[in-house]
Design a protein around this ligand. Structure first.
Ligand SMILES: CSC[C@@H](O)[C@@H](O)C(=O)COP(=O)(O)O
Length: 354
């Protein structure tokens, strides 16, 4: 099983310790979160980010909230507060739904212990899920390695690596599995403006010794056109019943260019990201994070401090849809913990899912 170099989420007594991802890749700083408000703020501000990690962290947030008391009113406050933090990643609602189903039938006095236990089950389960996605997805890279000399050239977008989960990641799990098997891999990492989560991916890959190149988001098309990409793998934040998949904004453009140039485009996502109640991509809520993130960029100044630098005056108009939807017709397969499936056949893999 993949061991995270720094745990993204761990219990620490009556609190949790998380990696502050707003400081990465410049600083590796952990934060201790001991109140419901602190957990909710960490998710909303993206100190904790990535769909599976958001879900597991929210589950622990419910437990922390119940330290005060295990009443119905307190449980309702916890569920409502956490559900309001981010709209697109359905893992958040999946995890909160699991917590409510486990806790609501219990007497108030029994809820706290059960909440810690259920949150830990969700955290550990996510690590196992990532491992299974890696084990299934690595076959795609092995197939490429068998037919060409040189490294398998994977393109990804945003960060769907270990930082986004409690395990090896989703889109990067097959990459790590291939690397562990001695398959040469090179990853094209798009920077993913405005929040630059691609730089988190580059940081992860560098730490793991996986060769990679950061590219400007706009460079993906020329690399696909030149035949320099064997396959694209991204994560997802919500997959609709028909296979339409919401992921970080910019994913859709890669899928379009991949289709134009005959390059397979795969989504790696666990059941906790699949929303069978959502018929298609048009029903997926898309987070709008406001203009400030587009008007600035974060980096390290010459004095070594991490700083936000304005790119335009704060009166310049800007728009910031944080996700887009890739239609199922552009997706070659969705790699899940139960194997890879054409996007329209997901139900066959999870017949029991609600
Ligand atoms: C494994 S999470 C899905 C990712 O591919 C990606 O969209 C993502 O990291 C989520 O975005 P974020 O806004 O950083 O929480």
């Amino acid at each position: 099983m993949f061991t995270q170099p720094v745990p993204t989420l761990a219990r620490d007594g009556d609190a949790i310790v998380v990696l502050d991802q707003t400081r990465l890749p410049f600083r590796t700083e952990q934060r201790r979160l001991a109140t419901l408000a602190a957990v909710a703020t960490a998710i909303h501000s993206m100190e904790v980010r990535g769909a599976p990690l958001i879900g597991a962290t929210a589950a622990f947030g419910v437990a922390i909230a119940l330290i005060a008391d295990g009443s119905d009113a307190q449980l309702d406050i916890a569920l409502q507060t956490l559900a309001a933090t981010r709209p697109t990643a359905v893992n958040l609602h999946w995890a909160l739904g699991r917590m409510e189903a486990r806790l609501r039938p219990l007497p108030a006095s029994a809820r706290l212990d059960a909440a810690w236990a259920e949150a830990e089950t969700i955290r550990a389960g996510d690590a196992e899920t990532c491992a299974a996605i890696g084990a299934h997805g690595v076959a795609l890279l092995e197939a490429v390695a068998a037919r060409r000399n040189g490294p398998v050239r994977v393109m990804t977008h945003c960060n769907a690596g270990w930082l986004a989960t409690c395990g090896a990641g989703t889109a990067l799990a097959p990459v790590y599995a291939a690397h562990a098997r001695g398959i040469a891999v090179h990853v094209w990492v798009s920077e993913t403006r405005p929040r630059n989560q691609g730089l988190l991916t580059a940081w992860e890959l560098r730490e793991a010794g996986v060769p990679h190149s950061v590219i400007a988001d706009n460079a993906a098309g020329i690399l696909l056109a030149r035949g320099e990409v064997d396959l694209v793998i991204t994560g997802a934040d919500r997959v609709a019943a028909n296979g339409d998949s919401a992921n970080k904004v910019g994913t859709y453009l890669k899928a379009l260019a991949a289709r134009e140039h005959g390059v397979p485009f795969h989504i790696a996502a666990p059941l906790s990201t699949i929303d069978f109640a959502c018929p298609d991509g048009a029903a997926i809520p898309i987070e709008d994070r406001g203009p400030a993130e587009v008007r600035s960029v974060q980096g390290v100044a010459v004095d070594g401090s991490v700083q936000n630098v304005a790119l335009v005056p704060d009166t310049t108009g800007a728009a910031n849809p944080a996700f887009d939807v890739t239609p199922a017709r552009l997706i070659t397969s969705i790699i899940t913990e139960r194997g890879a499936s054409p996007p329209g056949r997901l139900r066959d893999l999870f017949p029991e899912a609600p």
